[in-house]
Every structure is written in structure tokens, then in C-alpha cells.
Ligand binder design. Structure first.
Ligand code: SAM
Ligand code: SF4
Length: 325
């Protein structure tokens, strides 16, 4: 069987839709989560990951919901870490459990960790996450640094009226810690509304212009492996700053990633509805070869552009915790 086109070498695997936070831009205040039987089991997740690596996927990012609150998470990472052919095992986490789990994750083979951090102010952090505590995340960041992951990056979603004034301080924090940072434009997948006031997204270009008043930024991406993040080295530091711009730079044409939702749907794109029910295939006794053939066939429906549009209401109301960002 042919392996994937070089473009599709990266899989984002959502391992739960549940979370110990309720970030304003990601979840409603009260959420109904999937019944557990509808979420892929640890065995199904590892099998799925194996099939994708056999097809040529070289990088898997585990996401959620919050992956580190998933029961069986040790077994999951051990299984993924043992997959032949996998070059990068990455994790996106809110950091709340990292203080306890960072050493085991490194041991299991996780190379790269993204930690979400939208504010350095404890009360603002608590307001954004509704129930999260900044000090636990700070301890998690330090534990990740101590565990020696090859790459650690902070992710910040910046919204006018929420944390627009922290772009510089968050960047300086990343520089002090010798880690990377990325600023993400908010995607209209849920409702973003604090105290009845809609929050406005801020474009990456605005944020980049602001940082350029303080730092010299050197572009890093080569066209060949351009993903949705445009990355720059901050001159005189080892910190890279990335700008992830689903609105202002519609990036589907360069996108090299596939996503699997917590319930086992293979999504071609966050902004489109096309998907394949992998869970159904996994639970219906299909052979590895049959599932791989279906996956290869499904790639023909991967779109060239997504449909986000700032002027409309969100076209797709599918909260981020279900799709993994
Ligand atoms: N719980 C983990 C975390 O927060 O890092 C992993 C899952 S979370 C859905 C993955 C990423 O998606 C986080 O960096 C988060 O900030 C981002 N995210 C969530 N909702 C978003 C939205 N509406 N627009 C842009 N990014 C969003
Ligand atoms: Fe949870 Fe991550 Fe969504 Fe925040 S962004 S609610 S931490 S899944």
C-alpha cells in the first residue's frame, strides 16, 4: 500500500473531550461530555496511531480535552512511545498535571510539549479558565523544563478585552524560561462571551507588529514544511515566536495534518464537516489493511480551504475540547 503524500505526515489525536478547565474560548460554562463508551479506548487509540504510522505518519500530537486527566494515560504514552517509525511524540496540555507527570512522559518518549498559558496574572488566569489555577501551571512549566523535553512551547490565545495587554510580558516570560511561544488567533468554534460582552480576536499581524517594536524577528519557516504556524527566532535569544493565523492567513493549502476527535472521527479540517467514522471501523472487526485503505481513500476529500469567516456567526459549532485544537 502507498504511504501518505509527504504533506500528511502529522496526526493530532484527541484522547478525551473532558478537561479540568473550562476556558472561555474553548468550552461553554456547562458542558455535556461524550458518554465514555463513545470515546476511543486506550487500546483503540494505540491501534489507530499504529495504523497511521504504518501509513507514513511521523509525528503524533496528543491533545484533547486535557490529555493528562485521561484514565490510562501512562499506558497510552507507553504504547505510542513504542511505535516504530514515529519520530516525534508531542503533547498539548494545559499544564495542570505536568508537575506530577512530566518525568514519566519524558521517559515514555514524549519529545515535545505545548503548554497553554493565556495570562501571567492569577486572577485573570482563573477568570479565563473559569476553574484553573495559575500556580499549578507554573509548577508544571518548571517540571517540564526540568524533565528535559526537546521542545517546549507556550500557546496563548489572545483576545482584545481579555489578555491583549500581555503579549509582551508572555513573550518575555518565554525568553526568561528559554522556551518557545506561539500566539493563536481565536477560532469561532464556540461562543466567546465574558459578562455578556463578545471578545474580539486580534490578528497575528497586529501582534507581530507589536513585538517587532521590541525585538528583532528572523523568519524560520521554509516553504517546504510550512504548517499553520509562521515562526520567527527572537534575535539574541533561543526563543522562537510563532503566529497561528486561521483567519488572516487561510492555511489549508499548506496544512500537513489530520485530526482524530475523541470519539474516533477522522477530521480532514477543523473548518469543514467531512469526516470518517474510525471508531465504527475499529469496532466492527475490520482488518488493519481495510482500515488503512479507508483512510487512504478519505484523503481525497481533504479540502483546500476552510470556511471561517469573521463577519458571520460561527459556521461550525463544535467546541475545541472535542476536536483537540
Ligand atoms: N487542554 C489542552 C490545552 O489547553 O492545551 C489541549 C487541548 S486545547 C483544545 C488545544 C489548544 O487549542 C490550546 O492551546 C487552546 O488554547 C486552543 N484553543 C482552544 N479553543 C480555541 C479557539 N476557540 N481558538 C483558538 N485556539 C483555541
Ligand atoms: Fe481545557 Fe484546553 Fe479547552 Fe482550556 S483550551 S478548556 S484547558 S481543552
Amino acid at each position: 500500500m502507498d504511504s501518505f503524500d509527504r504533506r500528511i505526515s502529522y496526526l493530532r489525536l484527541s484522547v478525551t473531550d473532558r478537561c479540568d478547565f473550562r476556558c472561555q474560548y474553548c468550552m461553554a460554562e456547562t458542558m455535556e461530555f461524550l458518554p465514555r463508551t463513545q470515546v476511543l479506548t486506550i487500546e483503540e487509540l494505540v491501534r489507530t496511531a499504529r495504523l497511521f504510522t504504518e501509513l507514513g505518519v511521523r509525528k503524533i500530537r496528543v491533545t484533547g480535552g486535557e490529555p493528562l486527566i485521561r484514565r490510562g494515560v501512562d499506558e497510552l504514552f507507553t504504547g505510542l512511545g513504542n511505535l516504530p517509525g514515529l519520530e516525534t511524540l508531542a503533547l498539548t496540555t494545559n499544564g495542570s498535571q505536568l508537575a506530577a507527570q512530566a518525568p514519566q512522559l519524558r521517559e515514555a518518549g514524549v519529545n515535545s510539549v505545548n503548554i497553554s498559558l493565556d495570562s501571567l496574572d492569577p486572577s485573570r488566569f482563573h477568570a479565563i479558565t473559569r476553574i484553573g489555577y495559575l500556580d499549578a501551571v507554573m509548577r508544571g512549566i518548571d517540571a517540564a523544563i526540568a524533565a528535559g523535553f526537546e521542545r517546549i512551547r507556550l500557546n496563548a490565545v489572545i483576545l482584545e478585552g481579555l489578555n491583549r495587554d500581555e503579549v509582551l510580558s508572555l513573550t518575555r516570560f518565554a525568553i526568561d524560561k528559554n522556551i518557545h511561544i506561539a500566539f493563536i488567533e481565536e477560532m469561532p468554534l464556540g461562543q466567546v462571551n465574558v459578562g455578556g460582552k463578545a471578545l474580539a480576536y486580534v490578528s497575528s499581524d497586529e501582534l507581530k507588529a507589536e513585538l517587532e517594536q521590541h525585538f528583532e524577528l528572523h523568519a524560520l519557516n521554509s516553504q517546504a514544511n510550512a504548517g499553520p504556524s509562521r515562526d520567527f527566532l527572537i534575535a539574541g535569544t533561543r526563543t522562537e515566536v510563532g503566529f497561528i493565523s486561521p483567519h488572516s492567513h487561510n492555511f489549508c493549502a499548506q496544512c500537513n495534518r489530520l485530526r482524530i476527535s475523541a470519539e474516533g472521527r477522522l477530521l480532514m479540517c477543523l473548518g469543514n464537516e467531512e469526516s470518517i467514522d474510525l471508531r465504527g471501523l475499529l469496532r466492527s472487526g475490520c482488518s488493519d489493511e481495510d482500515i488503512k485503505t479507508t483512510i487512504m481513500d478519505s484523503l481525497s476529500i481533504k479540502p483546500e480551504r476552510h470556511n471561517f469567516d469573521r463577519t458571520d456567526q460561527p459556521q461550525i459549532v463544535r467546541f475545541m475540547n472535542a476536536t483537540g485544537g
